[in-house]
Design a protein around this ligand. Structure first.
Ligand code: C5P
Length: 242
């Protein structure tokens, strides 16, 4: 990474709000580094998903941590208990801040055990927001999406997970089903007037926090903006009073 992107002092003004997580949904580490550099002090928490993880993003995660930033690995793990546990042990060793798993009780329990004593916040993905009732029926589930979300949120709570990923529309109901100290991380965030893209159920940053979200994942409204720093600053300003 370039010096500007790795300089811890660049984040020293204390303005960056850790409730704003910028999704690094770009194809390469070079593009991710350029985006982080353009955002500068306006954000300090970054999400790395499948696309970037499989193009060098895991080493970028280490660099971002070394520069004083926070990292959310959105890897949505699910496997047999032993495999999940061993994977989580190595992710703990990377020192990242958040990690997603599909919210299946055995996988969650194995992950919680593997992460015990570390600062890694394990997040349960309840039901993918791309799935509707017909998709669930197709996959063999009798429950409606909202029922399954709350069922799995309660299972994540019981497994000792650190939080939940859900749509902002579900945040209020999920908040009632989980421990007060659990994080609620919501994608599908769109500042008023922003292009919705392929997101169907969106909420503004302020409304999502009021509904119970603790962290907001924002991708294209920042990454695709002509001035990503200004876009991040506008969100930071909107949420600063909440
Ligand atoms: O560009 P946009 O703000 O829509 O990006 C949202 C991010 O959150 C993307 O990285 C997307 O994969 C992720 N996400 C989502 N819906 C979910 C879970 C994750 O949009 N249910």
């Amino acid at each position: 990474m370039s010096q500007a992107a790795t300089d811890t002092h660049a984040l020293g003004n204390g303005l960056a709000d850790p409730r704003l997580i910028v999704a690094l949904d770009v194809p390469s580490v070079a593009e991710a580094e350029a985006l982080v550099e353009r955002i500068g002090d306006e954000a300090m928490f970054y999400k790395i998903g499948y696309q970037l993880a499989f193009a060098g993003g895991l080493s970028l995660a280490r660099d971002l941590k070394a520069s004083g930033r926070k990292v959310f690995l959105d890897l949505k793990l699910l496997d047999i208990d032993n495999t999940v546990a061993k994977g989580v042990e190595n992710i703990v060793g990377m020192g990242v801040d958040m990690l997603t798993l599909h919210a299946y009780p055995k996988a969650m329990k194995a992950a919680v055990e593997a992460a015990r004593g570390s600062d890694l916040c394990l997040l349960g993905v309840t039901v993918l927001t791309s799935m509707d009732a017909a998709d669930l029926r197709d996959a063999g589930y009798a429950a409606l999406p909202q029922e399954l979300v709350l069922h799995r949120a309660a299972q994540a709570r019981d497994a000792g997970m650190g939080g939940i990923v859900c749509s902002a529309a579900e945040a209020r109901a999920v908040r009632k089903a989980i421990r007060p100290d659990m994080a609620i991380v919501t994608p599908g965030i769109r500042p008023a007037g922003a292009d919705h893209g392929d997101q169907k159920r969106v909420m503004t940053p302020g409304d999502a926090l009021k509904a119970g979200a603790t962290h907001l994942v924002v991708g294209r409204p920042i990454a695709a903006a002509s001035d990503p720093a200004a876009a991040a600053r506008a969100i930071r300003t909107e949420i600063s009073s909440i």
